[in-house]
Ligand binder design. Structure first.
Ligand SMILES: Nc1ncnc2c1ncn2[C@@H]1O[C@H](COP(=O)(O)OP(=O)(O)OP(=O)(O)O)[C@@H](O)[C@H]1O
Ligand SMILES: [Mg+2]
Length: 145
């Protein structure tokens, strides 16, 4: 059985990537691991620890929900699915988990929630492409047509 890593930030593009991951999983008899990374932005360091802590907790809660919802949608397609939550730099955590789980491929979006559509690909996608050791499938926001 193959293993596909699907990192998501809950964005529309990531949702498109999920659908593609499901199609590959069906065709290749693979399972999907959903990964959300709660970013630890340096901008939070300007806040008092208590405030930054509360902000991080809220973010973690939201990301956890994103992971659970994505996993459920995948399970509804009769694909085996698990989810993981990591804290840190998204690209590093994605590459680390792909290595640890010996993922056959990473399926993710070209863009996410924060980015500008005019950049070629988002910074997380860019770093994963540079650092990962397995094949990566980047799913675009829009159809090519
Ligand atoms: N925090 C995260 N946890 C898990 N996966 C993520 C996370 N952030 C992004 N991704 C994955 O990376 C893909 C590309 O998102 P990315 O963050 O690179 O683009 P962006 O948000 O448009 O730009 P940027 O973050 O550089 O401003 C998303 O579709 C999603 O699959
Ligand atoms: Mg982003």
């Amino acid at each position: 059985m193959g293993k596909i890593l699907f990192p998501t930030d809950g964005s529309k593009t990531a949702e498109r990537a999920r659908k593609f991951a499901v199609n590959i999983a069906k065709a290749t008899n693979s399972e999907i691991i959903v990964l959300v990374v709660v970013p630890t932005p340096s901008t939070l360091s300007g806040f008092q620890p208590a405030v930054a802590g509360r902000f991080e907790d809220e973010l973690k809660e939201r990301m956890l929900e994103i992971a659970k919802v994505a996993r459920k949608k995948i399970l509804d397609e009769d694909i085996k699915a698990d989810f993981k939550v990591a804290v840190g730099a998204p690209s590093e955590e994605i590459v680390k988990l792909a290595d640890k789980e010996k993922a056959d491929a990473i399926v993710m979006g070209t863009h996410g929630v924060t980015g500008l559509a005019r950049v070629f690909i988002g910074s997380v996608a860019d770093r994963v492409v540079r650092k990962a050791h397995c094949p990566i499938i980047l799913v675009p926001e829009k159809d090519f047509s």
